[in-house]
Design a protein around this ligand. Structure first.
Ligand code: GLN
Length: 198
């Protein structure tokens, strides 16, 4: 049975995530309004890159903030990339803003500078080997709590991590042909079991 993945589609690089998830045989739902959440039963959620300030504002204006936070807190597997990582961070460095705040880490926005912060490299991702990583005005993870597993580092920057149902990358895995990060995320999504109605 296909896994149904909601992709937040209010701003940023959501279409690219959908392409990758479809390659991995997932069924994707674009999340733009609260009824997109009530009309479908999601197995996972992707918070894409974009501009976290804009996304945070739109999430509240569109009344998506509370229902999405509830789903994440209830354990829905979630992949947050770049701005999506910032949305999940429990604290943003030198900033009082908190969005979902569900992940025990401090994110630093534009950790590589604002203008020259776009580059590509390759580094180890968990136990999956080396993968390509594209950074665009990326954040990094300044600190993680004890319950957070660090999945990748580039130089002295932490660039990917996992806490329970939440996986975050400060790079854009949807902008390369490598499927490792999305596959890793989908592996957190439990297989659907057929319910038997007697
Ligand atoms: N710099 C953006 C922010 O702070 C994130 C950039 C991205 O998602 N590519 O929200």
């Amino acid at each position: 049975m296909k896994k149904t993945i909601g992709v937040l589609a209010i701003q940023g690089a959501f279409a690219e995530h959908i392409k990758v998830l479809r390659k991995l045989d997932s069924h994707c739902i674009e999340i733009r309004k609260p009824s997109d959440l009530t009309d479908h039963s999601l197995d996972g959620l992707v918070l894409p890159g974009g501009e976290s300030t804009v996304m945070g504002k739109l999430l509240r204006e569109l009344a998506l903030f509370e229902p999405l936070k509830d789903l994440i807190e209830a354990g829905l597997p979630v992949l947050g990339t770049c701005a999506g990582l910032i949305l999940l961070a429990g604290k943003i460095s030198e900033d009082d803003t908190i969005h979902f705040g569900t992940m025990n880490m401090v994110a630093r926005r534009n950790a590589y500078g604002r203008q020259l912060g776009s580059f590509q490299t390759a580094a180890e991702f968990g136990a999956c080997g080396k993968i390509p990583m594209v950074f665009i005005r990326a954040p990094d993870i300044e600190r993680v709590g004890a319950n957070v597993e660090i999945l990748a580092r580039v130089d002295h920057h932490i660039v990917a991590a996992r806490q329970a149902n939440m996986v975050v990358t400060s790079f854009h895995p949807e902008l390369t042909d490598d499927l490792t990060v999305h596959q890793y995320f989908l592996n957190l999504v439990p297989q659907k079991t057929k319910t038997c109605v007697a």
